[in-house]
Design a protein around this ligand. Sequence first.
Ligand SMILES: C[S@@+](CC[C@H](N)C(=O)[O-])C[C@H]1O[C@@H](n2cnc3c(N)ncnc32)[C@H](O)[C@@H]1O
Length: 285
Amino acid sequence: MSGSPTVRNFWPDTKCAKAFWSQQEVRPYRRLLADTLDWCVPSVGERWLDLGCGSGPLSQGLWERSGGTIKEVIGLDCAAINEVAFAHIRDEATPSPGDRVRFLCHNFSHGLSLFDDESFDHAVSGLSITYAESYSESQGRWTTEAYDRVLLEALRVLRPGGRFVFSVNVPEPKWWKVGLLSLGDLFRAGRPLRFLKRALRMMKYGAWLKQEARIGRFHYLTAEQVCEKLQAAGFEPIEWRRSYAGQAFVFRAVKPHHTHWSFDPGAARDQTCAVGSCLSPGNAG
Ligand SMILES: C[S@@+](CC[C@H](N)C(=O)[O-])C[C@H]1O[C@@H](n2cnc3c(N)ncnc32)[C@H](O)[C@@H]1O
């Protein structure tokens, strides 16, 4: 993030992190969580990485869906306060994970050099990689370099055959659609005022995110653009579906057994998702 114009990044702030902890209370998010975990299929002895883990709903989901048989899940996020949420998971999850569900505070815009090549079986990420940010001083603009690097780094740290299952928001997400489908949860919530307060706070951050995406700092891309980037990084095959009241795509991309490591944006443009069958726009909802 060095060299970037003076801009505020709310993500590492405790207030912002905590605002997103309450996402799990609303139905569209729970659906997204289930859609993502359905494509993960965690199993015995696997090591998982959760990029931009927040309070760890995906990490916890992987642990619980595997019945506590995965070897380890590491949640990584730039907001240190999420360690507290992971401590809570270690207390509450069944079976008890001990230190097999761990948190690491790290900014993935700087890459994932803290991990060795092929050190994970699979990786997951929920609505996070969109926020990898990079600013080019020479070009005087935000670029997608950090986003592309996150994909390359995810590929690098996975073993051949490993899956990267992740969600990203659609371009110009309509948060009101998520809000509308969450209204029922307002009345079901034990403390509706607290629920409303949190919802308003999230809307404030939502406006900030959309504004930054419009200037190219964050990246709400089309499914085709994400697919091109995944192919350019070396993932194949690739599938996607819609979720989160239609406001997010869930991707599942596999690291092939023979992979090319260099990133060539020109090649990415030329391919334009040439493997038509790699795109499966299923499951709006
Ligand atoms: C919309 S929240 C999603 C959190 C969690 N994955 C979930 O599904 O509830 C986005 C998360 O990405 C994290 N994040 C944003 N930019 C990041 C960065 N550069 N490095 C690491 N984490 C980042 C934020 O701190 C936040 O926890």
